[in-house]
Design a binder for this molecule. Sequence first.
Ligand SMILES: CC(C)(COP(=O)(O)OP(=O)(O)OC[C@H]1O[C@@H](n2cnc3c(N)ncnc32)[C@H](O)[C@@H]1OP(=O)(O)O)[C@@H](O)C(=O)NCCC(=O)NCCS
Length: 146
Amino acid sequence: MSDALNLRRLNAGDYGALVELWTAAGLPYKPHGRDSRSAFEHQLTLPQIAFFGLFDHDRIIGTSLVTHDGRKGWINRVAVHPDYRRRGLAIRLIRESEQWLVSCGIGIFACLIEGYNDTSRATFKAAGYELFEGVTYFTRRVDPDV
Ligand SMILES: CC(C)(COP(=O)(O)OP(=O)(O)OC[C@H]1O[C@@H](n2cnc3c(N)ncnc32)[C@H](O)[C@@H]1OP(=O)(O)O)[C@@H](O)C(=O)NCCC(=O)NCCS
């Protein structure tokens, strides 16, 4: 691994590598819904969304997807390739994501974590996030693949 990893916003040409990373990281995704190539390309055009990629030379080894609704910021899909874990890279992605949110005028950062994902809980806890007990997540979908 190089000492100098580069972080940049992703572009449409990164889609294939992004999906490979999600797969290698074991992060489920919706290939026919919000994580499809066309959905990704559309999301890249939206001002309230930023995709970040961390690169070792040309190889993408970490990502985050950051969104906001004008009130709160959401840090989603933080993933680090298994070969690069426990080196503080998820924390770096979280901090870069937070900086972008601050630049958008957002001062509250939040993350939804599935109940099984103890690693992700430990990571956000290490990043200083406080568990908010007593919230139940409800959704309704126009289609199960969305
Ligand atoms: C969660 C994930 C992004 C963490 O990436 P990472 O780069 O290894 O995390 P970091 O090195 O920045 O870890 C920072 C701290 O988080 C905690 N942590 C991270 N992984 C941990 C683990 N497996 N067990 C316990 N604590 C862990 C530790 O406190 C760690 O600090 P330390 O290494 O000094 O002990 C990575 O494991 C991953 O890609 N998982 C699969 C994808 C996923 O589930 N993403 C979350 C979606 S919400």
